[in-house]
Design a protein around this ligand. Structure first.
Ligand SMILES: Cc1cc2nc3c(=O)[nH]c(=O)nc-3n(C[C@H](O)[C@H](O)[C@H](O)COP(=O)(O)O)c2cc1C
Length: 453
């Protein structure tokens, strides 16, 4: 807390922050504009300076403390060190632009406004990890931005920034654009690799991890679009300097995708560690409908919602959000006002996961369907009081390592938290239900039904 009682923001003096990922430069997506503003200079310096070894880039990224912006928040530099020593196998970088999580729409801005920054980040990552090919796996619905990236990539090839002997060096790398076909599960890294190989997008068991056996069974690193866009900035500023921006536990800039009931939703670039209250009331101009705040889902639909009375002093970094059992996820807060029916909201979230489960693992395939069914009957005034604990019991049987990938955890986390934190709303709907109210779970499934007969 500051002396005047206002909570101190780990984002520091965010009002004077100058955008680096999405700077306000007209037509920055064009190669000539990008290069005019220093674009590809970081790559040139690295390739021309004989003293810069691949490991030096990895060490800078490690020093920066950059954490992945795809949702899991894993330290990027550390992940890069998992790649084995080069051998005669090809090596791949999977660039995750699938961006299919409800409420998450920030990678699109990089693709639309600064695609060369992403390409430069890909090339620097490729140099650091001795990688020859990057696949940019993009959400298929992003048709316009895929076309834009394809045009700009062609320009970068023609100018010698991508391809054989880049900028006259002995470093060569190809970048291939790949269009997804509208499945959320293909954003999960092992599923993405299956899909790239032309197979059904089923997640793989880990281990082996992608670094050991990834795309086409070769060493692979998967990184999010935004994560890679930070890399040229880290090389430019130096890892140590970059680590001083934003929150200590996950430093750097972040693209905050603000949506929901705020006056000015959109993607805003600020340091990590922004206070949720600053984002909602200062950056986004407050609540859109004049209603009070009810809840915030801080980082895409897969993270637990927070109640309004919990947000005081909370900031967008995992250390802070962890105190109330939530996470930064994709750094895309969804803001809900008092008019929001939390049962309907939770039902809608459950529907998404039911619709998108790949069906490979039984707890996820069956569990997501039952969660939606039970939430639907409560929402429609046909729930029984014991359904509330039934939801929680179901959640406990789905997550925590019961499935191959983290999809089930992402489905269950927000539903469990919504039920626990807004239980009064679920109870109110059950109390008003057409069925008799029974709070006795131990009475077994038939007793309440029998009572209605
Ligand atoms: C169901 C599911 C969907 C995911 N979707 C995405 C996605 O669209 N984009 C993304 O970058 N990461 C997504 N992830 C996380 C990836 O598996 C992976 O952690 C990430 O791409 C790694 O990049 P990063 O370390 O740079 O964040 C998803 C994970 C799961 C479980």
């Amino acid at each position: 807390m500051e002396a005047n009682g206002t909570p101190q923001s780990p984002a520091g003096d965010w009002r004077s922050y100058e955008r680096m990922l999405l700077p306000p430069i007209q037509d920055l997506h064009k190669l000539d504009v990008y290069t005019k503003h220093g674009g590809y200079e970081r790559l040139r310096r690295v390739l021309e300076d004989d003293d810069v070894a691949p490991d030096d880039i990895t060490n800078e990224v490690k020093a920066s403390g950059l954490t992945g912006r795809g949702g899991a928040g894993f330290p990027t530099g550390v992940k890069w060190t998992f790649m084995p020593e080069p051998d005669d196998r090809p090596r791949f970088l999977g660039v995750n632009g699938d961006e299919s999580e409800p409420g998450t729409f920030k990678d699109r801005q990089v693709m639309e406004y600064n695609p060369h920054l992403m390409f430069e980040g890909i090339l620097l990552a490729g140099y650091a990890m001795h990688i020859d090919t990057a696949y940019v796996y993009t959400r298929g619905e992003y048709t316009d931005w895929i076309a834009l990236m394809a045009e700009q990539l062609e320009n970068a090839y023609e100018a010698g920034y991508v391809g054989e002997d880049i900028l006259g060096s002995d470093f060569s790398m190809d970048i291939v654009l790949h269009k997804g076909a509208g499945a959320y599960i293909c954003g999960e890294e092992t599923s993405l690799m299956e899909s790239l190989e032309g197979k059904r997008g089923y997640p793989r068991y880990k281990p082996p991890f992608p670094a050991q056996k990834g795309i086409f069974s070769c060493p692979t690193t998967i990184n999010n679009v935004e994560t890679l866009a930070h890399v040229p900035l880290i090389v430019q500023e130096g890892g140590d300097a970059y680590s001083t921006i934003g929150a200590e536990d996950m430093p750097g800039a972040a693209l905050y995708g603000m949506s929901g009931h705020v006056k000015q939703p959109g993607v805003y670039e600020y340091p990590t560690g922004m206070l949720l209250s600053d984002l909602i009331y200062d950056v986004c101009g407050g609540m859109a409908r004049g209603e009070d705040l009810k809840a915030v889902v801080p980082g895409g639909s897969s993270v637990p919602p927070i109640r309004a009375d919990q947000i005081d002093g909370l900031s967008m970094n995992d250390e802070s959000l962890g105190e109330v059992g939530s996470r930064t996820g994709t750094f895309c807060p969804l803001v809900l006002d008092e008019e929001t029916d939390m049962v309907s909201f939770t039902r809608r979230v459950a529907h998404f996961y039911q619709d998108e489960t790949c069906g490979q693992c039984t707890p996820c395939r069956e569990g997501t369907g039952w969660l939606e069914n039970i939430l639907a009957r409560i929402d429609e005034g046909e729930g029984r009081m014991r359904d509330i604990d039934l939801i929680l019991e179901l959640c406990d049987n789905m997550d925590g390592g019961r499935t191959i990938c983290a999809f089930a955890d992402g489905a269950v986390g927000p539903i469990r938290a919504a039920v626990k934190r807004f239980r009064d709303e679920f109870e109110a709907k059950c109390e008003a239900s057409v069925y008799p109210v029974s709070t006795d779970v131990s009475a077994g499934p038939d007793s309440a039904v029998a009572a209605t007969e």
